[in-house]
Design a protein around this ligand. Structure first.
Ligand SMILES: NC(=O)C1=CN([C@@H]2O[C@H](COP(=O)(O)OP(=O)(O)OC[C@H]3O[C@@H](n4cnc5c(N)ncnc54)[C@H](O)[C@@H]3O)[C@@H](O)[C@H]2O)[C@@H](O)CC1
Ligand SMILES: Nc1ncnc2c1ncn2[C@@H]1O[C@H](COP(=O)(O)OP(=O)(O)O)[C@@H](O)[C@H]1O
Ligand SMILES: [K+]
Length: 528
């Protein structure tokens, strides 16, 4: 399964490269229109049903004309409402329209033809082929009127490429867009299929092969991907025969005051489940009994001063740390963060460890940069609120979610996980850095993850993976996916405490096994 996402510009380059390689543009359009028709039949057939195609002025419209012809040839009653006169179409779209022998309705008849009639066994299916990758300005005028009619009549919609009005680059709606039951796109998906609200508006997504050879991607070098296991699976380590717990990685989680201790407990437990060999919560003495009294496998260590915390990091073979969950927004947190950045090979900064630097973000970033320059792996995991505190100008300037998170990673030098329903993971654009310019959009997290403490669990998983030596971008992307996958295994009513318990099943499905060759319980050890 491919996982690259192509921006509209990259898709245009892929298209042109395929054409330069000898595939006619009209053949690509024919394949695209046929794929749309095939999916319409699969979703709404086999009994023919009335179809209304909304065709736009460019190649997206051209795909619509082809789909109309193919469906009509298969005996489906099809009407076309074209935004512009056929005479004004050009190129492949004109060729496709010229092959249409059926009716082209004047736009004045749109309402009449879209409305279900007594002779319709079911409401007509609308093929939305107004605008795709070429959307150049907000949808308004006649196009908006057509889409509003479809919306008001609540008709089933199949969108060609994207629901018209949705930007393929960022999933934002320009002007208006109507929710599709199904979207048929071509060759590779686009970021706008996976970022909200586009992800929600597109309905089920089908990516059709239209004959563009994957080799065209090589010179394009797409840098955005949907977050799927192939992105990071090879970097997941399995426990090896000679391992001991320290070799698997010692993770330290910073514990805060008693009243918010739950957050660090969730992170510590998740870090252990994600595969850290041992996890220690470092805390002040007033919280000691809470941390020591809960998770039997998690150790506790009292560090009364920042110096004691630093000494512990340096003397206890610490592979990674998670700071921030429930830690407190204060100078002490800042002090612990500075010391951890200065001496650890890997670090997750979450929640309070980010908010505590609201007024000194530049200071935090310069420390992170100095650490990553010596090879430290650092991941920060802000939600939108925390992001706005660290990067107020980026949050306010109205750029896309992708642009914001990229700029943030470039500025701070860490891998940035911008959490939310459509979490985005970005690596800084430093030439030579292993994560440079990479970006993954996560799509597997169910909405029930919006529950208190879920973010603490995510930080713990990322910490557990870093402790095992994973690179920062891979650890961050894997943590986000594993977190989403674990939640998917849980029904409604799940709470943050439940997530880590699902990790063994999820890891078993994606991670290399550490006991190859044995039957389930190891009876084969006896050789029979
Ligand atoms: N690999 C590819 O790139 C392929 C692309 N195909 C189709 O081609 C589409 C892209 O075609 P185009 O580049 O022609 O772009 P579109 O057809 O998406 O839109 C461009 C046209 O719409 C007009 N337009 C843009 N925004 C408008 C607005 N808000 N109001 C009114 N008019 C507006 C433009 O002036 C232009 O005429 C894809 O979405 C896809 O459906 C397929 O034919 C097959 C191959
Ligand atoms: N609607 C949603 N759909 C999917 N995942 C979500 C949704 N809302 C939040 N999440 C995920 O849940 C977690 C919440 O983390 P966070 O905002 O830090 O909350 P908390 O501090 O309570 O743990 C993040 O991983 C986020 O991506
Ligand atoms: K469309």
């Amino acid at each position: 399964m491919s996982y690259e996402l192509l921006t509209c510009d990259e898709m245009g380059r892929a298209d042109r490269a395929a054409i330069a390689g000898g595939i006619a543009g009209s053949a690509l359009m024919e394949a695209a229109g046929q794929a749309v028709a095939r999916e319409v039949v699969a979703a709404f057939g086999p009994q023919p049903r009335r179809v209304v195609v909304l065709a736009g002025p460019g190649n997206n419209g051209g795909d619509g004309w082809v789909a109309a012809r193919v469906l009509a040839e298969a005996g489906w009653p099809v009407d076309i409402l074209s935004l512009v006169a056929v005479a004004r179409l050009a190129g492949d779209a004109r060729l496709a329209a010229d092959r249409w022998t059926g009716r082209v309705l004047p736009l004045s008849q749109a309402e009449d033809r879209l409305k279900p009639t007594d002779s319709d066994a079911a409401a007509p299916v609308v093929i939305d082929a107004l605008f795709g990758a070429g959307l150049a300005r907000p949808v308004d005028g006649e196009a908006a009127r057509l889409l509003s009619l479809v919306q008001v009549l609540d008709l089933p919609v199949v969108a060609v490429d994207v629901p018209s009005g949705v930007s393929g680059d960022d999933g934002q709606v320009r002007g208006m867009a109507v929710r599709a039951a199904l979207t048929v796109s071509f060759f590779r998906a686009k970021p706008g299929h996976w970022l909200l609200p586009g992800r929600d508006l597109r309905g089920r997504l089908v990516i059709a092969d239209i004959g563009i050879p994957p080799a065209v991607l090589r010179p394009i070098g797409p840098r955005i991907a949907i977050n799927r296991p192939p992105l990071w699976q090879a970097a997941l380590t399995a426990p090896a025969a000679g391992d001991h717990k320290y070799r698997r990685g010692h993770l330290v989680v910073a514990g805060g005051p008693p009243e918010t201790a739950g957050a660090a407990r969730l992170a510590a437990h998740a870090g252990l489940r994600a595969g850290a060999g041992l996890v220690t919560v470092a805390c002040l003495s007033d919280a000691m009994s809470i941390f020591a009294g809960t998770d039997p496998a998690v150790m506790t260590r009292v560090v009364p001063t920042p110096e004691a915390f630093e000494r512990m990091l340096q003397t206890r073979r610490v592979a990674a740390a998670v700071l921030g969950p429930g830690q407190g927004v204060d100078a002490l947190t800042r002090d612990w963060v500075r010391r951890a950045i200065a001496c650890l090979p890997a670090l997750v900064l979450d929640a309070d460890a980010l908010t505590a630097f609201e007024d000194s973000a530049a200071d935090l970033f310069s420390q992170i940069r100095a650490a990553t320059a010596r090879g430290a792996r650092i991941v920060i995991t802000p939600h939108d609120g925390e992001f706005g505190r660290l990067f107020p100008d980026l949050a306010a300037d109205g750029g896309t979610r992708i642009e914001r998170v990229r700029a943030a990673a470039d500025r701070c030098g860490a891998v940035v996980v911008l959490k939310g329903a459509d979490t985005v993971i970005a690596g800084p654009d430093d030439a030579g850095a292993p994560a440079h310019g990479r970006l993954a959009i996560n799509g597997n997290a169910p909405a029930r993850l919006a529950t208190a403490g879920a973010g603490d669990v995510l930080a713990g998983i990322a910490g557990g993976l870093l402790a095992q030596g994973m690179a920062a971008f891979e650890a961050a992307a894997a943590a986000v996916w594993l977190h989403g996958a674990a939640a998917r295994l849980l029904p409604r009513g799940m709470i943050a405490e439940d997530i880590a318990g699902m990790l063994p099943r999820v890891l078993q499905a994606v991670a290399p096994s550490d006991d190859d060759g044995l039957d389930a319980l190891g009876f084969g050890l006896d050789g029979d």
